[in-house]
Structure formats: C-alpha cells, structure tokens
Design a protein around this ligand. Structure first.
Ligand code: ZN
Ligand code: ZN
Length: 787
C-alpha cells in the first residue's frame, strides 16, 4: 500500500514539474518554528487541568502498566486518557489506531521525540473537542491523523472547538479512501510540512469528503498547497465558514486542486473544491496561485465558487496569478472547470492558461454578481479567444470581469465573452490643440465617464462636458450611450460660464401701514470672470414681474420677492442664479385706545379715539381706518349757565358781571308808628349775604331779619322807629355786590303836619345825622356787650 501511494506521489510531482517547469519549493513563515511547552495547551480552554502525563505505546504497552514513564507505557488510548484525566497529557510512542467510535476531549496528545509513523490511524468515528494534537516539531514527516477506509471500516474525524493540530512536519491531516473529515472549529496551525509526503500544510485529501465549516487554518506551509490539497478519485472539499489565512505554498497559497490518475477501485478521478462561504485571505504562493492553484491533468478538476471571500493573497513569482492559477499539464488536453455564481468576493489576478486545446475560461453557472469584477489574465491574448462561458439562460455581463492586460477587454460573443482589443479615445482642449489624456473605451465602445480628465478651468468657467471634435457645442458626448467606433477618436472640452454668485441687499423690507415709503431690494451678483454683464428678472410670490429687470427693485406692494440672475460674457450665457426669497411686509398700526371725556363749563372734553404708537396718527375707529386730527376729538367747554343770583346753575361759579339789585321793596316809605317792618329783596343768593347797611352804616343783626328768597331783608319796625324822617339809603351787601335803594321814613300821623316844614329846615339834617350816630353807637355798644 505504501509503495503504491509513493508511486502516485511521484507521478503527480512529475506532472507538476512538467506543467510549470518549476520545482516546487517551500517558503516557511516566520513563526513556523514556534516551540510549544508541555503546558502550552492551557490557553485552549478554561477547564481545571490535570498536570498528569501518561505514556501510550500501543505496540509494546500494557494497560496494566502505570503509564507514568516511557518504560511503562499503557496500550490503549482509552486507558491513557483515563489515567491522564481532564487536561492531562498523553505522550504517544507508536501509532494509535482508532477502530471504534471514540470521543476525546480536554486532552493533549504529543508525538514522542523518537516515534515513527502516523500518530492517529483513524478508521472509525473520532470526535475531538478541546484536544491538542501536537507534532512536537520532530523530524517525523508522517501525518498526525490519517483518516481513511480500511476493510469496510471508515474513518470519520470531527474536529470541534478548542482542538488544535500543530507543530507537524508531515501533513497534519490526511483523508482518503472514503474517509471523512469535518472541521467545525479549532485550529490547524504552525505546521511546516517539509517532506515530499507533504502535499499540504494542513489537509491532504482525495477520494473522500472534507467539510470546513468553522475554525481557522493558518500559518502552515508546504511545497505544494499552503493549506489544503484537493486530490482526485472523487475528492470533495467544501469550504463553508473556515478562515484560511497566512499560509504559504509552492502551488496554491491555500488550495491545490487536481483530478488524479484513476485507480481500479476508485469511483472516479475528479477533484472538487466547493467554496460557499469562509475566507481565503493573506496566503502566499511562491510559484502559482496565491489562493488557488488548479492544474488539469486529464481528469476532472472542478472549482465552484458561489460565496466567501478571496482576497489579499499573493503570488511572489507570478503576480498575474495572485488569486487563482488555472492551467493544464503539457501532456493533457482540456481545462479545469472554474465555475462561479452568486456574489463572492474574488480579488486579485486570475491566471488563465490559454493554449491550443487547453483554453482555460471562467464558467458562469448562475446569476453572477461578484463584489468587484474578476481580474483575468490570459497567456494567449487574441481577439476572439474566449475568456468566460455562460451556462444557457445565464445573462452575459462583461462588467463582471476586468482585464489584466492594458488595452484589452471583453465583448459578448454568443454564450460567453471573448477578449477584444480596446479602441482609444483622446480628451483634448476645446481647440483640439492640447491632448489632456488618452484612455481605452470599453469593449462595447462606451467610455467610462470617470476616465475623463478634469482640465483646469479659467476662473469663472467650468467644464460642461465633451463633444466629438468638430461637432456642435451643444452636441455633448453621452457617456452612457455614445460609443467609440474607431481608434484614436478625439473628444474636445466644452466650457460653460458659471452662474453668478448672488445675494440680495434687502434695504427696506418693512413699511408702516399708511406710510408713503417703498420697499427697496438690490440684487448683488458677483462672478469670477471679468467682463460679464448680468440680466435680472424679479419675481413676486414666484411670478415674474413684468418690466422688473433692473438690479434694484422698488415697490410698495408687500409680498415674497426673489430675483433670477444670469451672467453673459458676450459669447456664453451662464446658468441662472436664483436668489433667496425676501419677504416684504406692511406692519399694521399699533393702536392705543383713549376714552371719551365730557366737557365742563370751563374745560373742553374729547370724543373716544385711538392713537398709533408707531406712527402717532389718530383714528376715530379701532380698525385704524378713519384718520382724524387732534382737533377732531375736541368737544368744546359748555360755558356757564348763569342763574338769576349770578351763580352758574351747573358748577355754581359766580358770574363776574353780576350786580345785585333790589327787585322788591325799592323806594318804599315807612311811617313811624307802624308796627310792620320794611322788607327789601335783593336778587343776590341768600348764601352770599353778608350784611345790611342803612345810610352806609351796618345794621345790627338784631334790627333786621334775613330770609331766603333770593335774599329778603326786613328792617324791624323797632329799628325803623329810630330813624329820622326822610330818605335813607339801604344796601344789602352780598359777596356778589351790594343791592342799593332808598326808602323814606314818614312821620307819625299827628306829627306829620307840624313837622312837615321842619323836615325841610336846614337844621333838621344835622340833628338827624346826630341821632343816627347815637343809634349807631348804641348798636355798637350792644354788640360789644354781647360778645
Ligand atoms: Zn401707525
Ligand atoms: Zn358753570
């Protein structure tokens, strides 16, 4: 069996050398020589760990042994695990065969320094959880796990979280002869595979199924695949979540894929790599295929990518194969099937070996929307050489692909894309004299607008677009429709005058109601170009105002104003600059109410009225509609209404022109001996009465009575008796003046004749005066004695 395998290996290597004319070599990553201490696994899980170390040598051991040293090893992995305990370490001295269902967890398995052969020979179910499988960096180049079918029993290795395969110089995991490997988690790392045994830095498979669902494969290396070799005989490797990064291989930084020579008991010869999700990043191939190297050798070699991320991989020797290398061996005819669909990320260059009878192409099997165009490189560039083939019914889309060859692109041709030489187009100054740039049109003749240069504009001018040289200025090149039909077409720049910058100086935007003022707005455009003139068009409430075409707008109509301004340099007219809107408003009066005031005899009153606090105007109504003058509000004073007593009947004021008069009793005659007094009535008010005077002398109050009506003074008879016969002057003195009259004292009846003559005698008068004086003196004395 071993001999057969080695023969196959030699055959494959020979084919590889023929295909590439290069000898695979290995570049070790910097951290490939990491040494691991016996307690190195403590970082893998947090369970309490045993520090026990048990020696296991199935070939010579005995489960009755203690297992505690190399001279007393146990025989079975079950016994070793039991003795080592949770977290313990098992030093393996000879191949452990897993021939019945086995679950191992929380254990470290270490290859002993001098052990030969495979570490774990898996022909039944083996599930590893939190198990460190450590190659111990010995010189042994056999696998850490060989998963295979044998005599009707089939190996089935499941690798769960916390499980690590590391530090091996032989391929860590080999899966073949209907074996099965599933990686759900954990790591395969730091394996530097140096022997020709080593096809892969992590996993070598053929005639089996491998599922990479999780975990990481990193920092491994081999002379062929940096991570995984997918071999034939019905080898299937499905990447569906695992991250594969930082690996280095001679052929395929991550994957090497090749259908294998058939053998009599193999179901087929095909090798299949299926990528659904997961990441293939940062891997390096020294010779071909930064991520994937696939070489057709006469047997189906299939890659199918429908998802996942392939990027940032490198191929140091052939950068044109930085992502993928698709080739055919010299002796074979036919190609790999590189099938794509879905929306994967495939960045980097895809190398297509395209020789007669071995024209590698991309095969689109379903709707294909890659996150960026796939970069294709051909070894035999020629128009009509196919580059992409589409399954029937799948839409052909050249935009999904980009050429690694300058001046070449892809054009649709039947059910696929063919390489085509691209036509050039030049971008020139408007006069055609200066060529700014020359670019390739797309295969379909369209020019990418983004490829057009951005020539420096004269101040105040901007590039409007491009036109085919010699056509009209307004016939701009439509990048989405116009096509380059011949090589070396020239597009010339079309310049436009920029729209002006525009502000409006709103000098007056508020008027007071009823004012005589106007709104005034001034458009103030500026432009970077000199020698431009402007055209103005004012709008009120969005509607053009006929005739309003000056920079300044004067109006008395309120509204929302704006102005549209265009600039012209005499040849070109700019676009329109629209100003901001300016609102012009008329403010209403701020009315204050004033109450009506009634007039008096001497003071004017006013009507109710309103004044505006802002403009001071006066209105007769609360709406401010009827303006009036201050005089209009005045209600004149009423004037006094004089009564007969000289007082105003309204305010009681005294009439300055009033003179009291005797209205009854004037010129009366009183005969001595009469018992009745003599009454006089003054028209002065009773309240104004001061005193009574007879012949200029005050009459004692005891000698008269004063009654209301207006003022009725009655000289008492007793008093009158004291007066001399003859005429006497009477005065009723009031505050308003003195009402005067005369009255006559007549002699008693018997004396009348005797005294008639006497009355007119010159002596009589002095006597009368004397008598009056005596009476007055008596009155005075009386008053004093009372007081
Ligand atoms: Zn006002
Ligand atoms: Zn009055």
């Amino acid at each position: 069996m071993m001999r057969n395998l080695r023969n196959r290996v030699f055959a494959m290597l020979l084919l590889l050398v023929l295909a590439s004319s290069l000898t695979p070599s290995v570049a070790a990553a910097d951290d490939m020589t990491v040494q691991r201490g016996m307690d190195g696994s403590s970082s893998v899980n947090n369970l309490p760990r045993s520090t026990k170390t048990i020696y296991l040598t199935p070939l010579t051991g005995d489960d009755a042994n203690s297992g505690e040293n190399a001279d007393n090893p146990v025989k079975t992995i079950e016994k070793a695990a039991e003795l080592a305990g949770e977290g313990g370490t098992v030093i393996i001295g000879s191949t452990v065969t897993i021939d019945k269902k086995t679950d191992l967890s929380n254990l470290t398995l270490v290859r002993s320094e001098d052990m030969a052969g495979t570490l774990l020979h898996v022909i039944s179910d083996l599930t590893l959880t939190n198990v460190i499988v450590d190659g111990n960096n010995t010189d042994n180049v056999m696998p850490l796990a060989n998963v295979r079918g044998e005599k009707g029993s089939y190996g089935n290795l499941v690798m769960n979280d916390g499980t690590v395969f590391m530090n091996s110089h032989g391929t860590p995991i080999r899966v073949f002869y209907d074996g099965k490997f599933t990686m759900n988690g954990g790591e395969i790392k730091n394996n530097e595979v140096t022997s020709w045994w080593g096809y892969a830095g992590a996993i070598d498979l053929d005639q089996c199924e491998v599922y990479l669902n999780g975990g990481e494969i990193k920092n491994n290396s081999s002379s062929i695949a940096g991570a995984v070799r997918v071999g034939g005989h019905g080898g299937y490797c499905t990447l569906n979540g695992t991250k594969i990064y930082g690996n280095t291989g001679g052929h395929g930084g991550a994957f090497f894929v090749q259908g294998m020579l058939n053998q009599t008991d193999a179901p087929s010869a095909d090798a299949n790599l299926i990528i659904k999700s997961g990441e293939v990043t940062g891997n390096t191939a020294t010779t071909y295929g930064g991520a994937i190297c696939a070489i057709y050798n006469g047997y189906e070699t299939n890659i199918s990518i429908s998802g996942g991320v392939i990027k940032d991989n490198a191929c140091t020797k052939n950068p044109t194969a930085s992502a993928v290398y698709l080739a055919t061996t010299t002796t074979a005819t036919g190609t790999c099937d590189f099938a794509v669909s879905g929306s994967p990320t495939i960045e980097g260059s895809i190398y297509l070996m395209q020789a007669p009878n071995k024209v590698s192409t991309i095969h689109v099997t379903g709707e294909f929307t890659p996150t960026s165009p796939l970069q294709l490189y051909s070894t035999a560039l020629d128009e009509s050489t196919p580059s992409v083939k589409y399954d029937e019914g799948v839409p052909v889309n050249p935009q999904s692909f980009a050429s690694e060859h300058e001046g070449w692109g892809f054009s649709a041709d039947g059910d696929g894309l063919v390489w085509c030489k691209l036509k050039t187009v030049s971008f020139a100054s408007s006069d055609g004299n200066v060529i700014y740039d020359s670019v390739y049109a797309n295969a379909d003749g369209l020019v990418n607008a983004a490829d057009a240069p951005s020539p420096t504009a004269q101040e105040g001018y901007s590039l409007v677009g491009w036109k085919l040289k010699g056509t009209a200025d307004n016939d701009l090149w439509d990048f989405s429709h116009d096509k380059v039909t011949e090589d070396n077409m020239v597009l010339t720049a079309v310049w436009g005058l920029d729209a002006p910058k525009l502000t409006v100086d709103a000098k007056t935007t508020k008027l007071h109601e009823g004012s005589e003022g106007t709104f005034e707005l001034v458009a103030e455009p500026t432009h970077q170009a000199s020698n431009v003139t402007y055209t103005f068009a004012w709008k009120r409430n969005g509607v053009a105002i006929p005739g309003a075409t000056d920079a300044t707008l004067t109006t008395d109509e309120p509204g929302t104003y704006s102005v549209a301004v265009t600039a012209s340099d005499g040849l070109l007219t700019s676009g329109v600059a629209e100003s901001e809107e300016v609102v012009c408003t008329i403010e209403p009066h701020a009315l204050v109410h004033h109450d009506a005031v009634n007039p008096t005899c001497t003071k004017p009153g006013n009507t109710e009225y309103w004044t505006c606090e802002a403009c001071g105007k006066i209105f007769s109504d609360d709406a401010g509609e009827h303006e009036i003058t201050p005089d209009d509000t005045v209600i004149p004073e009423t004037g006094h209404n004089w009564g007969e007593d000289g007082h105003c009947t309204v305010c009681d004021a005294l009439d300055p022109d009033f003179t009291p008069a005797i209205i009854a009793g004037a010129d009366a005659t009183w005969q001595k001996g009469s018992s009745k007094g003599l009454s006089f009535t003054s028209n002065a008010a009773y309240g104004d009465f001061l005193k009574v005077q007879v012949d200029g002398k005050d009459v004692d109050a005891a000698n008269c009575t004063v009654e209301e009506g207006s003022t009725v003074v009655t000289l008492k008879a007793s008093y009158l008796e004291t007066l001399s016969v003859g005429k006497h002057a009477l005065g009723i003195v009031s505050q308003t003046g003195t009402a005067e009259t005369e009255f006559t004292i007549a002699a008693a009846a018997q004396e009348t004749l005797a005294s008639t003559g006497d009355a007119s005698t010159p002596l009589a008068t002095p006597l009368l005066v004397l008598a009056s004086a005596l009476v007055g003196a008596g009155a005075l004395v009386l008053r004093r004695s009372r007081s």
